[in-house]
Design a protein around this ligand. Structure first.
Ligand code: NDP
Length: 294
């Protein structure tokens, strides 16, 4: 069994990005800049945004963190996004989800200019992904593709089962794996909460992507011998023995599933780190597009 270590793969991606940034700045160009908006102070969101900002600094990107109160009006948030859309020095914009109930996430996603939408959530980028056109791919599925590439996982002709059909993970993942691209060309089944016989379907998977948000849901009796298992799940499970009072759990029962697999991602230390690698890669691309447009 090979451990698909996100730390190793993400570091390789970041080293590559860092050397590109160094060469641009040596030529006198400004570095890429990512603006992140954090509304309120949800613990998990704070952690994710802090990690994104830290990773930007590591590879020489500039970042701007805009914190807004949880009571901020939708109008104010949309105005903030509009200012960033107009700021030529800002290449990428992300708004950390989830947002407070009184704000429409869809409106916010659609307010970000598609050229700066480095999370790849805007319908324009989603449509481009479906049609195989260049655009921004949502960071988590993109990170998984970078992971498959890093570990030279053969995907062509394989049966991939993706459990989960959200716009940010499952659906784009299924499109990428079925596309005629490197590390694609799978035959894909997409499963969701209405799927009947989920166990039997998962057992057919050469590549199983679990993205449903239910800790340890995928058990050994759902996994084919020799499968590749990608665990996207991140759930905070209360644990009084843990320093922070919780532990991060994936969607796969790792201990029992890992011995059956050819390769598997750990949680934490797997897809989460690759998501940041995907985001940073998108941001560099946004920067290059922005520079070319001048
Ligand atoms: P959503 O809640 O938006 O989507 C979950 C999907 O799983 C839905 O399509 C749902 O089906 C499906 N589902 C739920 N229960 C079942 C079930 N019992 N059987 C089959 N399908 C089921 O979650 P996200 O896609 O946003 O996230 C999924 C997980 O990935 C979460 O744990 C999240 O924290 C994590 N995540 C991790 C990231 C990372 O960087 N590692 C990034 C983003 C998310 P239906 O559509 O029918 O409701």
């Amino acid at each position: 069994m090979i451990l698909l270590d996100g730390k190793v793969a993400a570091q390789a991606v970041k080293n590559n990005l860092k050397s590109q940034v160094e060469s641009f700045t040596l030529q006198g160009y400004r570095p890429p800049k990512l603006a992140a908006i954090l509304v309120g102070n949800n613990g998990a969101s704070e952690t994710y945004v802090a990690s994104k900002v830290k990773n930007c600094a590591e590879i020489g990107f500039e970042s701007l963190l805009i914190r807004l109160d949880s009571n901020v009006s939708e109008t104010n948030l949309l105005q903030t996004i509009e200012q960033l859309n107009r700021d030529n020095e800002v290449d990428g914009i992300l708004v950390q989800l989830p947002l407070p109930k009184h704000i429409s996430e869809q409106k916010v996603i659609e307010a970000i200019h598609p050229a700066k939408d480095v999370d790849g959530f805007h319908p324009v980028n989603a449509g481009k992904l479906v049609q195989g056109l260049p655009g921004f791919i949502p960071a988590t599925p993109y990170g998984i593709m970078l992971l498959l590439e890093h570990f030279h996982i053969q995907t062509k002709g394989k049966h991939a089962v993706v459990v989960g059909r959200s716009n940010i993970v499952g659906r784009p993942m299924s499109i990428l794996l079925s596309s005629n691209i490197p590390f694609g060309n799978c035959t894909v089944t997409i499963a969701h909460s209405h799927t009947i016989n989920l166990k039997e379907i998962c057992l057919q998977a050469d590549i199983l992507v679990a993205a449903l948000g239910k800790p340890a849901f995928v058990t050994a009796n759902m996994v084919k011998e020799g499968a590749i298992v990608i665990d996207v799940g991140i759930t905070r499970v209360a644990d009084t023995t843990a320093k922070k009072g919780f532990r991060i759990k994936g969607d796969v029962a790792f201990e029992e599933v890992a011995p059956k697999t050819a390769a598997i991602t750990p949680v934490p230390g797997g897809v989460g780190l690759m998501t940041i690698a995907g985001l940073l890669t998108n941001t560099l691309q946004a920067y290059l597009n922005n520079q070319q447009a001048k």
